[in-house]
Write a new protein. Sequence first.
Length: 260
Amino acid sequence: MTIAILSTGRHDIACAEAIKAHLPDAIVLRDWIGPCATDLDVGDACMAVFRGLSITLAINKPVPLMVIGDRSEVLAACVAATVLKTPIIHVRGGETTTGAIDNVCRHAISQLASIHFVAHEPAASKLRYMGVGGPIHVVGDPALDILIAKKVKHTPGKDIVLVYHPTTLGTMHPLAEIEAVVEGVRPHVGGRVIMCGANPDAGGAVINDYLRSLGPQWVFRPAMPPGEWRPLQPLYWPKPHKGHQTHDQPANALPDALLC
């Protein structure tokens, strides 16, 4: 089987790295969507994913499409797959994200999917209650597997990990939100504060700029990879490298599965 991984630079980067570690012959295709300053930018990103992936699926016909998480652009990818009659495997369904549009996106993705891999039994129970189709498998959280594999060094009892994303359904300005969070954390700081960058939803850039402005004890780690960003374009699979070819796989074989 040939597997192609389409990493759009959001939830999927770490998961793509983990899959690549276990499946070294997988083809990794990176096509960034980019940070979004406004809700309209998020809508534009979803349109780009829908059009680009629709053409990609129509030309390359992978079976199936595996998606991870709850992002709006992932929902756009699943709508494209549904229109192109491509089966969907959903990872991390059945969870809850309070205060974010991601919550309804995740549930909509689950309803479109045919197979479900969830992190824990409560998530599986929620999917069963929602009446989703297809089998549900409890497999744990891939992100935790990545953290364990990386053996991240930390000071027990002192270091703090701070993760904060814009509340996309909220009414407060994102700067006011993150200032309140930081002030709540300050009394508990005894070592480093390792801060994960906010995602590229509307308000994420404001939060990241504020986090970068804090003192050296506050260590900022961007959530997005460095480099230039461009709209998602239709993707055409490269021919497999010599090492990918098998006895029953022609040199110009298309991938059997696409992970987005």
